[in-house]
Design a protein around this ligand. Structure first.
Ligand SMILES: [Mn+2]
Length: 279
């Protein structure tokens, strides 16, 4: 059997690596366009287009210690998937390593947060604060609401929001920055994040936070989104408190290749940022 595809610059050793990548091929609760379960491998393929050297950070990712564990088993039941995500994240954190989870749809984040219980930064077009959606409390449309039950909504912030329901607004969602606010300048966002990130923080990137021009292959695209370059400013505002990352909601079925490419690059940007923090 051919060996499974690994993210570029993945080493052969879990033990000797700091950054642990794993895929969660799950898209059973998506509401509009599916195909997210194919994203982990498309992102791995796209990663081979990238240089290992970060011009911005001066870091060579071949020295960073990245290990790709492959995908967890494919589930159709949310609770089984969440349990498995929890156990992988538990192992990675117990081994003092940094988890990088590639979705899959956004509901995967809840499994990680049940273990990590830190502050959270969401990049997202949506607040995802519905109590339940289409009869499912673990739907991708409810992930921030579920996470708030663990960490408290005061410990969450969403960036790039531009599409909410009346029900979510009435429930009083987490603090958010709209994409409109951010397009007028991100000084306010940067100073907010510098204060917010005074303790461990998890980063969950729903790719519909970015404008469909940059990330067309997502389940629920929303016009008027973020320019992905903003992630550099966001990372630089986090300091050395980042404890985990997930990338979610990418649907290769609707992609022209650019979204997977951006996702691969985003993983590399986060690792090279973390490397500068640890030096
Ligand atoms: Mn979203």
């Amino acid at each position: 059997m051919p060996s499974p595809l690994k993210f570029c610059d993945s080493s052969d050793s879990y033990e000797d690596s700091k950054y642990i990548i794993f895929g969660v091929p799950f898209d059973s609760t998506v509401s509009f366009r599916s195909g997210e379960k194919f994203a982990p491998n498309e992102i791995r393929k796209a990663s081979y287009n990238m240089e290992s050297y970060s011009l911005y950070r001066g870091i060579d990712l071949r020295d960073a210690g990245i290990f790709d564990m492959g995908d967890i088993e494919e589930y159709h039941d949310s609770e089984e998937m969440l349990e498995n995500v929890y156990s992988v994240v538990d192992k990675v954190l117990s081994d003092h390593k940094f988890p990088i989870m590639i979705g899959g749809e956004h509901s995967i984040t809840y499994g990680a947060m049940k273990r990590i219980k830190s502050k959270v930064i969401f990049i997202d077009a949506h607040t995802d604060y519905r109590d339940s959606y289409l009869g499912n409390k673990f739907s991708h449309a409810c992930v921030a609401r579920r996470v708030s039950e663990i960490v408290g909504k005061e410990n969450m912030v969403s960036i790039g929001v531009r599409s909410v329901s009346k029900e979510e607004m009435e429930a009083g969602p987490q603090k958010y920055f709209t994409s409109f606010e951010v397009s007028e300048g991100n000084e306010k966002l940067k100073s907010y994040l510098k204060k917010f990130c005074d303790s461990p923080v998890y980063l969950s990137i729903d790719f519909d936070g970015f404008d469909p021009a940059y990330a067309p292959g997502v389940g629920t695209p929303e016009p008027f989104g973020l320019n992905p370059v903003i992630m550099i400013d966001i990372l630089n505002s986090i300091g050395n408190n980042l404890v985990g990352l997930d990338i979610n909601e990418i649907s290769p079925t609707f992609d022209n290749g650019n979204t997977s490419m951006l996702a691969a690059r985003m993983i590399q940007e986060v690792v090279s940022y973390l490397e500068t923090q640890s030096r």
